[in-house]
Design a protein around this ligand. Structure first.
Ligand code: G3P
Length: 219
């Protein structure tokens, strides 16, 4: 399973890219607003930091403007994936951009029916939002299970399931169990993923015992 990070904070992206664990980045208008930076500047900088796809979202809602925005965003760097909303105009834009060889991430997916349409439109990625479904009392992970199963029924479908709106490590573990292709993870959840109190306790005990030996590995 691939790991993307869901942020427009270039310092956090730089730090994670250095770990070798990062396969890509997703942004959205809210994350760009949070960064307080120029959209084009920040996307270009992220594209230089990571080799994998960097999702940059259109702001228009009509097809004509959306396609022009998509072309402009795709021109920033080769690894830009244009992000479009799961609307009829977004699907039409997805279809056109995909045919032209641009990677497209269809976002704001909340149903299996919508995911079927995204795949029909030739999306590179579909982004179902699990956390926001959980927030309204539905089980977001059920949607991932359904989409993975449906896409698996048609080997010709190339669309990857990109689990978004992740709130905790359990979302990630269950995504992997279900065979989702990608998780886009907020930086704080990535940090939660690595932590375990028994790892910290065990390491402290090993270090204390090593100290008692008086030995060194490096001179
Ligand atoms: O980037 C899309 C998605 O991951 C947003 O997550 O936490 O705003 O629901 P969230």
């Amino acid at each position: 399973m691939k790991f993307f990070v869901d942020t427009a904070d270039t310092e956090e992206i730089r730090e994670l890219a250095d770990t070798g664990l990062l396969d890509g980045v997703t942004t959205n208008p809210s994350l760009i607003a949070k960064s307080g930076r120029d959209f084009f500047e920040v996307i270009k900088e992220i594209c230089d930091l990571v080799e994998g796809p960097v999702s940059a979202e259109v702001a228009a809602t009509d097809y004509e403007t959306m396609i022009e925005e998509g072309k402009r965003l795709a021109g920033i760097a080769e690894n830009v994936a244009v992000k479009v909303p799961l609307t009829m105009a977004g699907l039409k834009t997805c279809s056109q951009l995909s045919k032209a060889g641009t990677q497209v991430n269809v976002t704001l997916c909340f149903s299996a029916a919508q995911a079927i349409l995204a795949a029909k439109a030739g999306a590179t990625y579909v982004s179902p939002f699990v956390g926001r479904l959980d927030d309204i009392g539905q089980d977001g992970m059920n949607l991932i299970s359904d989409i993975v199963q449906i896409y698996g029924n048609y080997t010709s479908l190339q669309t990857e399931v990109l689990v978004a709106s992740i709130r905790n490590p359990i979302h990630i573990v269950n995504s992997a169990l279900m065979g989702a292709d990608v998780c886009t993870v907020p930086p704080q959840v990535l940090k939660q993923l690595v932590s375990h109190p028994l790892t910290d306790k065990g390491l402290a005990a090993f270090l204390a015992d090593w100290e008692k030996t008086g030995q060194k590995i490096l001179d």
